[in-house]
Design a protein around this ligand. Structure first.
Ligand code: ZN
Length: 156
């Protein structure tokens, strides 16, 4: 059976960057990742390349930033007065803070500069602007159950 919309895909993957840094590997965890194809569960650039693959197939998929976590947007780097951030939070370059995004969605922002008066924060996704490399191995492809289709995700 081939990967297509409404199929459940069980696969192993290793995610790395151009630098060679490995960010994540399901091979190491020995527990494969599963998703429901065609339901926006994984980044579009990866899903597109997996279509038509079947159990046992291996592939290296390169995903450009635009098809991954987006290009970096300099407008998302903002300076806020230091007193807007609770005093008990230690601030230093590289510190990741939890903030409230639009619609109240939690958002991770990275501190990129600190002075006595101001803090510069970067709201870009940490992987924005990065080309992603996925080493994938398809373990199983099966039809989704009615319940999985209804929920829009895999129950593996
Ligand atoms: Zn469910």
């Amino acid at each position: 059976m081939q990967i297509a919309n409404d199929k459940i895909v069980i696969m192993h993957y290793k995610l790395s960057l151009d630098s060679g840094e490995v960010l994540d590997s399901s091979f190491d965890r020995n527990s494969p990742f599963s998703f429901l194809a065609g339901h926006n569960q994984i980044i579009p650039g990866l899903e597109k390349s997996l279509m038509g693959m079947k159990a046992g197939d291996k592939k290296i998929v390169d995903v450009e930033p635009g098809d991954g976590y987006g290009e970096r947007d300099e407008k998302l780097i903002q300076v806020v007065p230091r007193d807007q951030i609770p005093g008990d939070i230690e601030l230093f370059e590289g510190k990741v803070l939890q903030a409230q995004g639009p619609q109240g969605i939690p958002l991770e922002v990275t501190v990129v500069g600190v002075t006595d008066q101001e803090v510069t924060i970067d709201m870009n996704h940490p992987l924005a602007g990065e080309r992603l490399h996925f080493d994938v191995e398809i373990m199983e492809v099966r039809d989704a159950t009615d319940e999985e289709l209804e929920h829009g995700h895999s129950h593996e």
